[in-house]
Each structure stands twice: as C-alpha cells, then as structure tokens.
Design a protein around this ligand. Structure first.
Ligand code: 7PJ
Length: 260
C-alpha cells in the first residue's frame, strides 16, 4: 500500500490544482513501481496535526478517486469522517482506512452496506493528544491492542460486515512509546483476531529514528527492515512511502520463503 498524500500542507502557495497534479504524478510513480493499493489521505493524521473541514477534505480526495478509479490498483481512503467515506465509496473507492477504527458516529453505517474493505487501526486518544502519556496507558500493550481490535471486529460483524472485508492494524506510533511499538511489531502475529488480515505502517516513523538516529527522509533503509519484519510476522499489507524499494525487499523475502 502506497501512501498518497492529498494535503496541500507541503505546497506553500501552489494551491489545490498544483497539489492535485503532484499527487497524480506521485500515484503514477507508485503504480509504475508495483503498488497494489493507493491510500489516499486528505487530512494529515500525524501527531499534532489540525483537523480539516469535511468540504475541504472532499475537495482534496474525490478528484483523485475519480482520476485514479480505473488505474488498475485498489483505492483506499484514509479518513475517519463518515461523510468522506460515503462520498468516496460512491465515486468508486475500494476500501476505507480509518485510524479511528470506525468509532465516529455513523462510520460503521457508512461502510456496512457497500461491500468495501475496512482497515481498523488502534489508537488511544486522538492525533492531538495521543502522545501525552503513552507509557502509562496500557497494562500489556500487545494484549490491550489485541483486545481492542477484537472488540472492533465484533462490532463490525454485528453490523453484518464479513471477516473477509476486515483488516486490523496495531497503529504504530499512535499513542505508543518506542518500546511499545517494538513489542507490537515483535508480537504482530498474535494481534489479529482469527482469520483477519493485518496491516502494518512503520514507514519513516519515529520508532525507526529512535534506533537509527536519523530524520524521516533518511529512514528508507530502516523502513524496508521494518516492512520485512512485519511481513515475516504475518502482515498482509504494508503501508509505505517507498514503494519500489519495498517491492524489491519483499521480493527477496519471498524468494527466501519459497526456497524454504
Ligand atoms: C497509519 C495510517 C498507520 C494506518 C498513518 C504516518 C502517519 N493508517 N495513517 N496505519 N499511519 N492504517 O504515515 O506517519 O500506521 S499517518
């Protein structure tokens, strides 16, 4: 899964068209590099990021869904807003990736009847507050995250959503200390409820900086190591910035597995 940023944050005054054009070119690069899923996000969910109004998020995301719908890859929408979920699904999006795990009022209803894929991520608090005191937030981080995700899956099943549609994600970096993030990665295989696909997103995150001492743009090699560790422990999907590099790393991992 390649991360497609539809936020104009990094374009000082180029405006919406420039941001959209840049996003489309980035999408084309990731497709050429072998991406399977594009994860389109119109609101940054990074720690401390401010919320974006629904209308603005729709303006950023929907034109990309329209432009990429027939590009031959699955489209996932990174949003927690039910109105954005509904509109994106009507425009042909395949999946919704929700860092709030469909806890916003109306979120489950927005996806239940559509047949779309769901990714439910674990997070404590919200992006503005989640890193306030992660150290004391858990009894046992692996067990707490596992139980949270199992609870979400039970709610989805009550709403008639089949297991085959659901992916769960421990939410690396969302309200966790470095040690807790590595414990989750080490024990990834036991986090998913039976038969559920796992998604892991460690790409360029600060947990990698904590062991390499490097800033985000220099965390590509660290991200590849993280992706291989995640897939080795059962992740079906890795959410990454560096698609071509990750595809190469996973091809080597797969060749080793095939030879075993
Ligand atoms: C994740 C995400 C993640 C899922 C972000 C970043 C922060 N969605 N959205 N899992 N992270 N499912 O990419 O650094 O880990 S935004």
């Amino acid at each position: 899964m390649g991360i497609l940023n539809a936020t104009p944050d990094s374009f000082s005054d180029g405006g919406r068209y420039f941001a959209r054009d840049a996003a489309l070119r980035h999408a084309e690069q990731m497709i050429a590099a072998g991406v399977d899923i594009l994860d389109i996000g119109g609101e940054s969910t990074r720690p401390g990021a401010p919320p974006v109004p629904v209308d603005e998020e729709l303006e950023r995301v929907i034109p990309l869904v329209d432009a990429l719908r027939d590009a031959g890859v699955a489209l996932s929408i990174d949003t927690y807003k039910p109105a954005v979920m509904r509109e994106a699904l009507e425009h042909g999006a395949d999946a919704i990736n929700d860092v709030w795990a469909f806890r916003m009022p109306g979120a489950i209803e927005a996806v239940a009847g559509s047949g779309c894929g769901l990714c439910a991520m674990h997070m404590i608090g919200d992006p503005l507050t989640m890193q306030t005191d992660p150290a004391s937030a858990y009894d046992d981080v692996v067990e707490d995250v596992r139980r949270f995700l199992a609870g979400r899956v039970a709610q989805f099943e009550d709403a008639g959503i089949e297991r085959a549609r659901i992916t769960v994600d421990p939410g690396f970096g969302f309200g966790k200390t470095v040690e807790q993030n590595y414990r989750l990665l080490a024990h990834l295989a036991i986090i998913a409820p039976a038969g559920m696909a796992l998604l892991a997103g460690v790409s360029r995150k600060s947990m990698l900086g904590a062991v390499t001492g490097k800033p985000a743009p220099e965390r590509v090699s660290a991200s590849l190591a993280g992706a291989v560790c995640a897939v080795e422990r059962g992740a079906a999907i890795v959410r990454v910035h560096d698609v071509g590099e990750t595809v190469d790393a996973l091809r080597v991992w797969q060749a080793v597995r095939n030879a075993a």
